[in-house]
Design a protein around this ligand. Structure first.
Ligand code: 2AM
Ligand code: CA
Length: 265
């Protein structure tokens, strides 16, 4: 039998320890490289933090699999068994340029079902955490179930990319939504943006391309407060590939899907 309370405690302790290491690392100069394009950054700290988790988990939970952004974990073809999906630094551009507004994100799944979600805002020392069926928290404060919100009252998380010329969506699709909502925000860390939706600080978040490590932890938080997440086509997210993501309060999620994204060309 899997001891989930033990894993929950262990994961919280590990993420806090990793956060302390990242804070310490900011006292030294970062080694920055680019990956797929000049805006896709990785630092020595992304890689070292991922390795910290991998070595720890392999030692203490040898049967668990690990999917990590920097590719030092396992090459997974399926979500069978217990899988840790880890982003050692989500929001690397913020990490490099601002030294804040980044997070460590962990989602732990069993046979594809979300069991534990953690998003750690390292600089604010705010740990958003949830275990399946036990509610979600920000540090020791419980997060309330999401209450219905009208589109007119919605704070929408969206990057300006998606309402300007881009490769993934006609800019005309979401522009009217941006006009209608109370306000938009863009934080540059998908994990934090999903945690903010779970905490009721934003009511929806939409983006056209995320990887499993960007959204796994945040989605498990959302499960515990009644949040909904799908692709922009209304399909279930695939935790082994890149996806578009629409997450939010159920009422707002439905309206955005039906009134805006259904018209998508
Ligand atoms: P990262 O910093 O871990 O790479 C920025 O808007 C958000 O999108 C961050 O969470 C960032 O994660 C993620 N992101 C940036 N480029 C991406 C890409 N090409 N594919 C998937 N996620 C990406
Ligand atoms: Ca990352």
């Amino acid at each position: 039998m899997t001891n989930w309370p033990e894993i929950y405690q262990y994961a919280q302790q590990a993420i806090k320890e990793a956060g302390q290491r990242v804070r310490n690392a900011l006292n030294n100069e970062l080694k920055i490289e680019t990956k797929s394009n000049p805006n896709d950054l990785v630092t020595n700290i992304d890689k070292e933090t991922e390795l910290f988790f991998i070595e720890k988990i392999r030692k203490d939970f040898s049967t668990h699999s690990i999917l990590g952004e920097e590719g030092q974990g396992d090459e997974l073809q399926s979500l069978e068994g217990i899988v840790w999906i880890i982003d050692p630094i989500d929001g690397t551009v913020n990490f490099v340029h601002q030294n804040r507004n980044f997070a460590i994100s962990i989602g732990i799944l069993e046979n594809g079902k979300g069991k534990i979600g953690l998003v750690y805002d390292v600089i604010s020392d705010e740990l958003y955490h949830a275990a399946s069926g036990q509610g979600a928290y920000m540090n020791d404060t419980p997060l309330d179930p999401l209450k219905p919100v009208s589109v007119e009252e919605t704070i929408l998380g969206i990057n300006a990319t998606w309402i300007t010329e881009n490769r993934r969506i006609d800019p005309e699709v979401l522009a009217p939504l941006v006009k209608r909502v109370r306000g938009t925000r863009s934080y540059g860390s998908a994990a934090l943006e999903l945690a903010y939706v779970a905490a009721g600080r934003m009511d929806a978040y939409v983006t056209m391309r995320l990887s499993p490590w960007d959204f796994a932890g945040g989605c498990i938080l959302l499960d515990e407060v009644g949040g909904i997440y799908t692709t922009v086509d209304g399909e279930a997210l695939n935790f082994l590939s890149t996806n578009s993501v629409l997450a939010g309060n159920p009422a707002v999620h439905r309206t955005i899907l039906e009134e805006y994204l259904a018209e998508k060309k």
